[in-house]
Ligand binder design. Structure first.
Ligand code: GTP
Ligand code: MG
Length: 507
């Protein structure tokens, strides 16, 4: 049996079936807010225990004044979805993200003209739409996203946070950080001749991103087949069908239920075709499905429990009239005035203010990306990877845990055995770890533990082992909090295994 079949056999994430709420189909795209960019630590898989103030960049795109639209009353009616854009380098993620903002009315024609000129001056004419998302000089000069871009837009029924991940393989750790904050993913695939093929080959980021997204809890995927306008494609049905038929079995082997959790559609991100309105029949006579905005509006959200114990992994922090921490609420709710713990250092803090998409709110629930101003702690005492947690039921803090791993692809000549070292990515944590003991190998066919004691395992194996880290980290059992209990292991810039926490040492 090949590796992919084995992964399918023991789908790590089958624990959660996203039972969700469907949405009305008739929503119209509306106004948008503000965009900013967060510099994610841990690029190139280096382990950062960083206590430097984080850099938060505001994009040039204008903020909409309409804060009222997001007041507490309005918010209760609107659901919120975090969408990560993933896919191989140059697939058109930033272009598509930028086009969404343009089509939603956030970016005006003058700004686009300015970007057109800037892109031309940099001999990157076709990149002007991507400049809406790619805001720093390095990104614009090289035409590659480095940091996860963040933007917000709204439709009548939904507030979306867009996370624009980088496609280049050097920046996979940033992509991991973006995907771990997302509920759903837009997988962007270039239909241009040769580009789909490069992204899909082994070592291409189309594959790695899909496997990571599934492991990181991205429950649903919209697969947009992009660059349909390109002269090598010309809205060809054959090309579209070829990509869909090659991607479907791969998505299945990565753990996605293709019928329930995946939807394909053709677009041109650059021109904006089949995005806000359906593609004209004169351009694409064979497409009868939805456009991107419709598909986004219809996608189901996973159910979340606002009453669970509060958990918010901290992705960043900075000083601003006190200490401000940023992150996505994975469980429970938070209100102004709440007392909480910063774990693992058990620091008692008080919530001074809660900000959701730049707007001050009184309370916020699970799934929200927040900035929380705290009193009772200095920003240097917080590291990314710490977790803001309820006092009554604090998150476990450990230096060791038991995990079930599935080995994807080890580096050449490497053996996976006790003593194996890798970089652990779990929620917002990036930490060096060591496999201290292999406990059991699992038979991929029967899913039962095998009797024979194992000393090492090969590619494709499923194994239960003990994992140790040097610094205390906060994690949960996958069965209790899937988002805080699933992880990836990477070595030398390659994802070598995915896993879930199955047991924690008793306190
Ligand atoms: P990374 O951030 O480096 O991973 O790339 P990306 O996926 O964000 O791609 P980006 O949006 O920067 O676009 C890369 C190139 O593809 C640019 O030259 C775009 O103009 C071009 N491109 C993107 N979308 C389309 C499209 O729909 N049609 C055509 N013809 N070109 C496109
Ligand atoms: Mg990009």
């Amino acid at each position: 049996m090949d590796i992919e079949a084995e992964i399918r056999e023991l789908q790590l994430d089958s624990a959660e079936d996203s039972n969700g709420v469907t949405n009305p189909e008739d929503a119209k795209p509306e106004e948008v807010e503000m965009t900013d960019k967060v510099e994610v630590e841990g690029m190139k898989d280096e382990v950062h225990r960083n206590s430097q103030p984080a850099k938060v960049k505001d994009k040039e795109a204008a903020a909409v004044e309409d804060v009222e639209a997001l007041d507490e009353k309005g918010k209760e009616k609107k659901r919120h979805l975090n969408v990560v854009f993933i896919g191989h380098v140059d697939a058109g993620k930033s272009t598509t993200g930028g086009q969404i903002l343009f089509l939603s009315g956030q970016v005006d024609d003058r700004t686009i003209q300015k970007y057109e000129k800037e892109a031309k001056d940099k001999s990157r004419e076709s990149w002007y739409m991507a400049y809406i998302m790619d805001t720093n000089e390095e990104e614009r000069v090289k035409g590659k996203t480095v940091e996860v871009g963040r933007a917000h837009f709204e439709t009548e029924t939904t507030r979306f946070t867009i996370l624009d991940a980088p496609g280049h393989k050097s920046y996979v750790p940033n992509m991991i950080s973006g995907a771990s904050q997302a509920d759903i993913g837009v997988l962007v695939i270039s239909a241009r001749k040769g580009e789909f093929e490069t992204g899909y080959e082994r070592g291409g980021q189309t594959r790695e991103h899909v496997q990571l997204a599934k492991t990181l809890g991205v429950a649903k995927l919209l697969v947009v087949v992009n660059k349909m306008d390109d002269h090598t494609v010309n809205w060809s049905k054959e090309r579209y069908d070829e990509i869909e038929s090659k991607m479907s079995p791969f998505l299945k082997s990565s753990g996605y239920n293709v019928k329930k959790d995946v939807q394909f559609l053709p677009i041109s991100g650059l021109i904006g075709t089949n995005m806000k309105t359906r593609v004209d029949k004169s351009i694409c006579p064979w497409w009868n499905g939805p456009c991107l905005f419709e598909a986004l509006d219809r996608i189901e959200v996973p159910l979340r429990d606002p009453k669970g114990p509060f958990r918010m992994p901290i992705i960043d922090k900075f000083k601003d009239m006190g200490t401000v921490v940023m992150g996505k609420v994975e469980s429970g709710s938070v209100c102004e005035g709440d007392s909480l713990l910063v774990m693992p250092n058990k620091a008692q803090v008080k919530v001074v203010a809660v900000y959701c998409d730049e707007n001050k709110v009184r309370c916020a629930g699970p799934g929200e990306n927040l900035r929380i101003r705290l009193s009772g702690i200095e920003d240097e005492d917080i590291l990314s990877g710490f977790v803001l947690s309820s006092v009554a039921k604090p998150i476990p803090a450990v230096t060791e845990f038991t995990a079930q791993l599935q080995i994807l692809e080890l580096l050449e000549n490497a053996i996976f055995t006790a003593g194996y070292k890798a970089v652990l990515h779990i929620h917002s944590i990036v930490e060096e770890c060591e496999i201290v003991e292999l406990l059991q190998q699992i038979d991929p066919k029967t899913r039962k533990p095998m009797k024979k004691k194992v000393l090492f395992v090969k590619n494709g194996a499923f194994v239960v082992c003990r994992v140790q880290v040097e610094n205390t980290i906060c994690v949960e059992k996958f069965a209790d909090f899937p988002q805080l209990g699933r992880f990836t292991l990477r070595t030398e810039g390659k994802t070598i295994a995915v896993g879930k926490v199955t047991d924690l040492p008793s306190a």
